[in-house]
Design a binder for this molecule. Structure first.
Ligand SMILES: [Mn+2]
Length: 325
């Protein structure tokens, strides 16, 4: 079934001359790694590739080959034969150009989000996959192209980012096999890890200091909450993307089953959640129109609620959840 979907996408790619690739807004390592990785693969097949991305890409990903070629322009190019959305579980996460993007036919989707909300014309969605990067690797093999070092570098980064360095429950033998193939192509795990995890600014460290000082623990340490206020961003000069991985610090406590990071952003309050084992935070995210995976999920509040109000609503859902573990 899923292989059939992948084969159908491969067939459309083979028949297309120019292809637009898009991912979700505020892209993370898997989103960008998959988009840029597939971009390299399609270019090596002789395709014209348009990389579309809304808004600024975090400096954290500048190291990805051709990251700077992402365009924040409305895709009005009538020459485009098809589009592929990568790592996007919900059409609204495509951003403000969603309606124009979906006019591109066929619009295809490659994604691994549990609770994926169907959109587009042709979808290959596998919730059991560790990352979209892993799926793009399979697609490249199906297309029969030789995967270049640049493409391998992007896909390996995608996998490392979404598996938390091969730590999360979604990591399978297949994940390691694919990562191994990418290393065989020439990717150096040490280099990618350095770029992803030891590449931060002083502002980020100061923001981390401020955010960790907000740590609240409940239910004998089973629930942790941390917050990032607008003021903290102003004082430290750090950007929203700098909060990536902050949530893993409270998660590292032995007692913690679930953790929420509550952030004040330009357009409201955004909540990231992580959990361990069977504790399902995607369930909580869905109650607030968000989504994600069992152990990694998120949601947004855009109706003028304060950080404190959002914190209380999230707390009220998470507390009974962790009591069971
Ligand atoms: Mn992903």
């Amino acid at each position: 079934m899923t292989t059939r979907k992948m084969n159908e996408i491969a067939r459309v790619i083979e028949e297309s001359g120019s292809i637009l690739l898009v991912t979700h807004t505020f892209p993370d390592g898997d989103a960008l790694g998959s988009q840029l990785g597939l971009g390299h693969i399609l270019q090596d097949m002789g395709k014209k590739v348009v990389l579309y991305s809304e808004g600024q890409i975090s400096y954290l990903y500048n190291f990805l080959p051709r990251c700077t070629e992402l365009f924040d322009i409305p895709p009005g190019d009538s020459e485009i034969d098809c589009a592929i959305a990568l790592d996007c579980g919900d059409r609204f996460r495509l951003g403000r150009e969603v309606d124009n993007l979906l006019k591109i036919k066929p619009f295809m989707v490659i994604d691994h989000h549990a609770g994926h909300k169907d959109f587009g014309d042709l979808r290959w969605v596998e919730a059991g996959r560790s990352s979209t990067g892993e799926m793009v690797y399979e697609l490249a093999r199906k297309l029969g192209v030789e995967i270049s070092y640049e493409a391998a570098y992007c896909l390996y980064t995608a996998i490392v980012a979404d598996t938390g360095s091969f730590k999360y429950a979604s990591t399978t033998a297949e994940t390691f096999r694919i990562a191994g193939e990418l290393v065989n192509i020439g990717v150096k795990p040490e280099e990618v890890a350095g770029k992803l995890f030891d590449n931060y600014t002083e502002s980020r460290l100061q923001l981390l200091q401020a955010v960790l000082s907000t740590l609240e623990l409940y239910s004998i340490g089973r629930l942790a909450i941390i917050s990032a206020t607008k003021k903290m961003f102003e004082i430290t000069g750090a950007e929203l993307a700098d909060t990536e991985n902050f949530i893993n610090y409270p998660r590292s406590l032995a007692s913690v089953q679930a953790v929420a990071l509550i952030k004040e952003t330009e357009d409201g309050i955004s909540v990231s959640m992580r959990s361990k084992g069977d504790c399902d935070v995607a369930e909580v995210a869905r109650k607030f129109n968000g989504g994600g995976h069992r152990n990694a999920a998120g949601c947004k509040f855009k109706n003028g609620e304060t950080l404190k109000e959002v914190r209380d609503r999230i707390f009220n859902e998470l507390l009974p959840l962790v009591e069971g573990y």
